[in-house]
Write a protein that binds this ligand. Sequence first.
Ligand code: HEC
Length: 294
Amino acid sequence: MSRTRLAVLGLIAVTLTACAPNALASPPGTESSAPSAAPSESIVAASLTISAGGVTRTFTGTELLARSDAATVAVPRDPAYGRATTYRAVPLRALLAQLPADAADTFEMRATDGFVAQLPSQLLKGAATPWIAVDDPTRPWPPLPGQTTSAGPFFLIWENAERAGISPEQWPYALASMTAVDSPVQRWPALAVDAAMPAKAPARRGQAVFMANCLACHRLAGNGEGAVGPDLLRPMPATRYLSEVGLRALIRNPAAVRKWPQQMMPAFDASVIPDADIDALIAYLRHLAARTAP
Ligand code: HEC
């Protein structure tokens, strides 16, 4: 399962986009019952902004759905909906081809609710194929499980995700923009482990695991852009007030530690973060905590 974000934040997302047709009918790719939200001018206004090579282009949902390369893409295990889905989608590589090449090695993928993934550009060119799924106002997507809003209006989905080890947190939904940027460690050197740390040190691996799975929601001492969850280093490092047992249990399944209706952090099972990577994550967080200790 991917992130289960708070319903209240979802409502903010609706307000911000002012266009997501989120009073919904059927799941993507299943029989549609009568949509409760009639298509309107505002729905048509949903747009995705892509910036690269000094150029910014804005694509409306209507424009994307009308493209000749729009296709139906089946997703066997959709991390947002937690089941098989199908979408109308356009190949992201074709959209990027309309912009100049950019030397930056990361795309910052910004959702409408504070989720900001830092996606290595290399992944977009790799063994998994990225598509931008577009919510069709005439057949709007249903709400995400336990939430009031859908994954729309735009959702980065992957064909053959397993071939490139794409994490569920690298499927940003409610996507508003993508921008070519320098890598997280270039922009926030404080996120990097000490240069002297051996190549095989677990904390080094932990840094990569954190970037792929946690940074979209959590900052570390202010470093990062995510705003869904708390800073894990400031004011007090999470490794200092949470026991190791508690921290491990929380990463595996936050609801196994404490439970409330608006819980937002997703559970990471062993297929996404194996035990050895949890060890590495904890080594990384401890390393940064020791460095920032008063
Ligand atoms: C989709 C957003 C999201 C992602 C991704 C995410 N978290 Fe969280 N996390 C949260 C939120 C929100 C909270 C606050 C509790 C809640 O609502 O579940 C939280 C709470 C925590 C806490 C407890 C902090 C406290 O003081 O209560 C820790 C530790 C933590 N996350 C670590 C991680 C780690 C490590 C990862 C990556 C493996 C991760 N989180 C990925 C959203 C996220």
